[in-house]
Design a binder for this molecule. Structure first.
Ligand code: ATP
Length: 230
């Protein structure tokens, strides 16, 4: 279980997170929804150690995340962190090495994931030559290449065409089936409904609803779902 427990974060006088808590069981997909500025990115950055919570913690399998545990998380940041001049294969191998694989293992893992995400023919192309959708696939390959125990993805579907959405969705479902908990933020309700076991809705730093999509629709929160996920 990946657990977010009582997270608080204030920037200046802006109370960005005000007690955010939810859990993502192993092998399930959690859709993290909410209007722009609700605090989704901040929540995920805290999990990754890129921002520090004022209070609360994030736990994986019952233990607070530390640097070693974070190396076992595949993370796709909102600002995509690719090097435009690197070749696709090199870029993915580079991320594998960051996660501790040696050069030979990193190259093998890169080859595998570049193929699995349908980028085999682009392996030798510079990242900057790729369409936005394909760059997103490179970013996902970078997140998957170290065989992460957990996936945390910030708006992974934004900017993808329908084919890109389907192949990304399939890759994430495959991870889920293998037991990986997947947390992703999105503004696309149709996708969240299609893919997620549960959904959490953040509004101004508070979790205002959480449950399965059906539960949220049935309850008052269905209204919220329509409001925050246009
Ligand atoms: P979006 O859907 O637009 O990405 P979000 O739900 O991910 O929104 P956050 O990016 O977490 O929201 O931002 C929440 C609030 O925190 C915003 O008001 C933002 O301006 C503020 N914020 C985030 N990071 C910082 C920072 N480093 N310094 C100051 N304010 C910040």
């Amino acid at each position: 279980m990946l657990e977010f427990d009582g997270l608080y974060k204030t920037y200046g006088d802006n109370a960005v997170l005000r007690g955010v808590g939810f859990a993502v069981p192993e092998g399930s997909m959690f859709g993290f929804c909410g209007a722009n500025g609700a605090g989704k990115t901040t929540t995920m950055r805290i999990a990754m150690g890129l921002a520090r919570a004022d209070a609360g913690e994030v736990r994986w399998r019952g233990r607070p995340l530390d640097e070693a545990a974070r190396r076992r998380i595949g993370y796709m940041p909102e600002e995509r962190g690719l090097y435009p001049k690197m070749k696709v294969g090199e870029q993915v191998a580079y991320f594998a090495r960051l996660h501790g694989l040696d050069t030979a293992a990193a190259t093998r893992a890169s080859d595998e994931w570049v193929d699995r995400l349908g980028l085999g023919e682009r392996r030798g192309d510079r990242v900057e030559k790729l369409s936005l959708g394909n760059q997103q696939r490179v970013q996902l390959a970078a997140a998957l290449v170290s065989r992460p125990e957990v996936l945390i993805l910030d708006e992974p579907f934004s900017g993808l065409d329908p084919v890109g959405v389907d192949s990304l969705a399939e890759a994430l479902l495959e991870q889920c089936r293998a037991g990986v908990p997947v947390l992703f933020s999105s503004h696309q309700l149709d996708l969240v409904e299609r893919l997620c076991d549960s959904v959490g809705i953040l509004a101004r730093g508070r979790m205002v609803a959480a449950g399965t999509v059906e539960e949220l629709r049935r309850r008052e929160a269905g209204r919220l779902l329509r409001v925050v996920v246009p």
